[in-house]
Design a protein around this ligand. Structure first.
Ligand SMILES: [Zn+2]
Length: 475
């Protein structure tokens, strides 16, 4: 058997690993995500294999860098089935539709530019109707810990990856051989989604390495910083803007604000959730409380743990615009998380130039985005074609990540080697493991980060390899 990686190989996004049994040509593809790094965007249109030869896609979770090219694959002849958990199916539908909508809007805009100026002709990866067509291909049959047999002889067993709602790592086996794919692993300190399970032994393991070179600030400390930023701004009668991703982060923020409210820590204010996408995602969370940490389940049984008396759900653009008439004590949660579009930009225009206001970043800001420019201290920024002074106070909260940090990545993979199982925090000096994987392949990370992590695992006796795009790794 062998695996070929067609994405997230020496880079972070575009996850795709194709497992093939060369004896009968049967195949299982793990994830088919969108490349989101600008330098790899053109790769999204490339298919270096025949989609008709793919029997199954096993989808680890609903993030677009893991599922975002599935409609494109179907458009190009994929006839197989897509296997995942129920929440992954529900979330993928919402997130893919949103992506399809943005893609067709961008395409129309670029097409006008092309017709006017005769620049490079734009291409459309897929649109909303392609996304709707793709829903028929999903089988939300995976349950954590229960093996599921595919018709081509492979068996898939999912474990909870603890990353976002419904996220899995998967062990795929056939004829006594097995491969594990981590998907994305979660941050154990976060509320809501249960912590990750540990992997079993296998012939080969593919693990993500996003934070293989560093540890996060503690969640508790980050929560305290977040509360201080809000209370200080409200004390000065300012407004608070929180750009947020719609999936997981927006729910974490609502959950934390509700907690602050119940503890009497949140001063009187009006909190606005101004993101239709985040609202749709939150509704899916409420339908899946069995995936949540045990101590939080009673809360879910009582009703909606993301709701509290200060919260207002913004329904349409009219209501969204009306928020801008509020000059004080509004806390506005809106997308996009990195300020490269969405309703947050209108709120930014009205608030960023006033000294009493605050902008709180709760997620990663990629290079080149408006969010990154502000975090890096630019004093004047262009928002929707106009220049604004950055007078609002800028806060960056680092510990809310949905990804496992270095210690957690080591804990996860070590536990699968029979070492350190169940420990609450990994210890780098835990001793030499006797890894129960023939090979450990590092993916889903920047190359320099992967090299740091490779060094750590090699010291523990792991046989580590970093595959390149399209490279075949046999086992
Ligand atoms: Zn992810």
């Amino acid at each position: 058997m062998f695996v070929k990686s067609f994405g997230a190989a020496k880079n972070v996004t575009g996850s795709c690993h194709l497992l093939t049994d060369e004896k009968d040509g049967s195949t299982v593809m793990v994830d088919f995500g969108l490349f989101q790094e600008r330098e790899f965007e053109k790769k999204n249109y490339t298919l270096d294999f025949d989609p008709k030869n793919i029997n199954y896609i096993v989808l680890t979770h609903a993030h677009i860098d893991h599922c975002g090219r599935i409609p494109f694959l179907i458009k190009n002849g994929f006839k197989g089935r897509i296997i995942c958990t129920k929440p992954t199916y529900q979330l993928s539908k919402v997130l893919l539709l949103d992506t399809g909508k943005i893609m067709s809007e961008n395409y129309k805009y670029e097409l006008k530019k092309y017709l006017r100026r005769n620049e490079e002709k734009p291409r459309l990866l897929y649109d909303e109707s392609d996304v709707l067509d793709s829903f028929d291909y999903f089988d939300p049959v995976l349950e954590y810990g229960k093996p599921y047999e595919l018709k081509n002889g492979f068996t898939v067993k999912a474990g909870n990856a603890g990353h976002i709602l419904g996220s899995s790592f998967v062990k795929i086996s056939k004829n006594g051989k097995s491969a594990i794919f981590s998907g994305d692993l979660g941050n154990k300190e976060k509320p809501i989604v249960k912590n990750f399970d540990y992997p079993e032994e296998s012939d080969i393991i593919y693990t993500e390495t996003t934070y293989g070179d560093r540890n996060h600030k503690s969640f508790k400390e980050s929560k305290d910083e977040f509360l201080t930023a809000i209370t200080e701004t409200l004390k000065n009668n300012g407004n608070v803007l929180i750009p947020s991703y719609a999936t997981e982060r927006a729910q974490d923020i609502l959950y934390i604000l509700r907690e602050f409210y119940e503890q009497g820590l949140l001063p009187q204010c009006k909190v606005f959730l101004d993101s239709p996408l985040a609202l749709n995602v939150t509704n899916i969370f409420v339908q899946n409380f069995s995936y949540f940490k045990d101590d939080e389940i009673p809360l879910f049984k009582k009703g909606d743990p993301f709701d509290f008396p200060y919260l207002n759900i913004v329904k349409d653009m009219e209501e969204s615009k009306n928020i801008n008439k509020i000059n004080e004590r509004a806390v506005i949660i809106a997308g996009s998380g990195m300020l490269h579009g969405g309703r947050i930009l209108h709120h930014l225009k009205h608030n960023i130039w006033k000294t009493e206001n605050a902008l709180i970043f709760v997620g990663y800001q990629a290079k080149g985005t408006l969010g990154r420019k502000i975090v890096e201290g630019e004093e004047k920024v262009n928002i929707l074609g106009e220049h604004y002074k950055v007078n609002a106070k800028i806060y960056t909260i680092n510990g809310f990540s949905s990804h496992a940090d270095q210690n957690e990545l080591i804990e996860w993979i070590n536990a699968g080697s029979g070492v350190n199982k169940g420990a609450s925090k990994a210890n780098n000096d835990v001793g030499h493991a006797n890894p129960k994987y023939g090979k450990t392949c590092l993916v889903h990370g920047d190359e320099d980060v992967m090299n740091v992590y490779k060094g750590i695992l090699e010291k523990k006796g792991f046989n580590v390899y970093i595959p390149s795009y399209g490279e075949e790794v046999g086992f």
